[in-house]
Design a protein around this ligand. Structure first.
Ligand code: FAD
Length: 401
């Protein structure tokens, strides 16, 4: 029986961005790594609008071919059509996401210690004890592996997370690529109580093509048709259509004995925008450091994984993700009139200036504290919170958690 079991140090489930980047970070350690991916091709199916802040180049060495466009302006549109335009120091990248997923795979795929198993599905995991050591036996659709560590990078519906009692709440997303006369410097976000959990987006890819999409928890098809009509686009002229899932909520528990979760499987996603790339790349660096510490110490307990992975994640991205969730909690209750009022407040030049200087699409803590001190914003928020006693309780719970 044991002869059929393949031995590895680590098994990474999921070869999208989180899995491939983590594998790349660990590729020079000589640890023997198996990467299990259910799809046959890396990067497909595409499920991303590809808008990422400039922090990307601080985390990875970004080849210029991956950047398709840059945007200078964020247009935010209220349900009745009123809009504000914000521009700041941030000029986000519009990236070729398939190429980014493939980049790290290409860099490691021929290394002796790295083994990619494509078209193969993770199914189950169980603990075993061998010579006093706790190990994991993993069953995939094609083989059985014995490993010291398992890393769940298997996205919003993560089977690895489920094996440890974690299930993500999710939003359903749709996106089309279509030619149209849109400003190539401008990304737009359309807010509406119909799709209150996120927004409708227009992301200019360049060369006259835009990515138009939306995510919400229900009535996606109907809402998207309404949105396309609002934009006066002809759906039939789409070049391509994509779907996808976005995890929704606060960051999960990340550490278990011999196991850690990374990326969408861990809900490391901003609930204000659905963006996960910067968060998962940041977390992957902590994960790589933690995994190396585990192997150096021969200790794979939840305690050590918590110390070197979960705790640093909580104190950096975790805090910011909590603020994103707080903002989202407010936005979900906004009526059409609330949008009108807040837009009016933001339109005053002082707040525009604040956002220009302190606005950060990934780490909103600085701008939120500045805004809370603003004599126009604070009274609006107090009045708004008092209008909804439930939201007040929810906010307290988030803050205490
Ligand atoms: C429509 C849409 C638009 C988005 N736009 C943006 C954006 O503009 N900017 C941004 O920052 N983020 C965006 N995101 C979020 C971003 O795409 C995710 O945060 C990111 O892809 C998460 O990467 P991941 O590797 O953690 O998970 P995923 O990309 O979900 O990859 C999980 C991988 O695991 C594999 N897998 C799943 N289950 C199994 C199994 N049982 N066995 C083997 N393999 C398995 C899957 O096939 C997949 O390859 C968007 C998401 C969607 C859906």
């Amino acid at each position: 029986m044991d002869r059929n079991i393949e031995k590895f140090d680590i098994c990474i489930v999921g070869a999208s961005l989180a899995g491939n980047y983590l594998c790349y970070l660990l590729s020079n350690t000589n640890l023997k790594i198996a990467v299990i991916e259910e799809h046959k091709e890396i990067g497909l199916p595409l499920q991303c609008a590809g808008i990422v802040s400039q922090k990307l180049v601080k985390i990875i060495n970004l080849p210029k071919e991956i950047v398709l466009n840059r945007v200078k302006v964020a247009k935010i549109v209220a349900p009745k059509g009123k809009f504000i335009k914000l521009s700041g120091v941030e000029e986000p990248y519009i990236i070729d996401r398939i190429a980014l997923d493939r980049l790290f795979h290409e860099m490691v795929k021929n290394k002796k210690n790295i083994h990619y198993f494509l078209g193969e599905k993770f199914k189950t995991v169980e603990y075993i004890k061998e010579s006093g050591e706790k190990l994991l036996v993993i069953e995939t659709s094609k083989r059985v592996l014995k490993v010291k560590m398992l890393i769940g990078c298997d996205g919003p519906l993560s089977s690895v997370a489920k094996s440890f009692g974690i299930t993500n709440k999710i939003l359903y997303a749709i996106q089309i690529r279509i030619s149209g006369k849109f400003d190539e410097d401008e990304a737009a976000m359309y807010f509406n109580p119909r799709w209150k959990e996120l927004f409708g987006w227009i992301v200019p890819e360049g060369n006259g093509v835009v990515r138009v999409g939306m995510a919400c928890s229900q009535n996606l098809t109907k809402n998207f048709q309404y949105f396309i009509k609002q934009l006066e686009l002809d759906f039939e002229k789409k070049i391509e259509q994509q779907g996808g899932l976005i995890p929704y909520g606060m960051m999960n528990k990340l550490a278990f004995n011999n196991v850690l979760l990374l990326g969408d499987s861990a809900c490391q996603v901003k609930t204000t925008t659905g963006g996960g790339i910067i968060m998962l790349l940041t977390a992957a660096n902590y994960a790589a450091n933690c995994i190396q510490k585990c192997f150096i110490n021969g200790n794979f307990s939840r305690g050590i994984i918590k110390k070197y992975y979960e705790t640093p994640c909580i104190s950096t991205i975790g805090k910011e993700l909590k603020i994103h969730y707080l903002i989202r909690t407010f936005l979900e209750k906004f009526s059409n009139n609330d949008y009108e009022t807040i837009f009016q407040i933001i339109k005053t030049s002082k707040i525009n200036n604040l956002i220009t200087i302190y606005g950060d699409m990934d780490f909103p803590k600085a701008i939120i504290f500045k805004l809370l001190k603003n004599p126009l914003v604070f009274p609006f928020l107090i009045k708004f919170t008092l209008k909804y006693p439930n939201i007040f309780i929810k906010l307290l719970k988030i803050l205490i958690k």
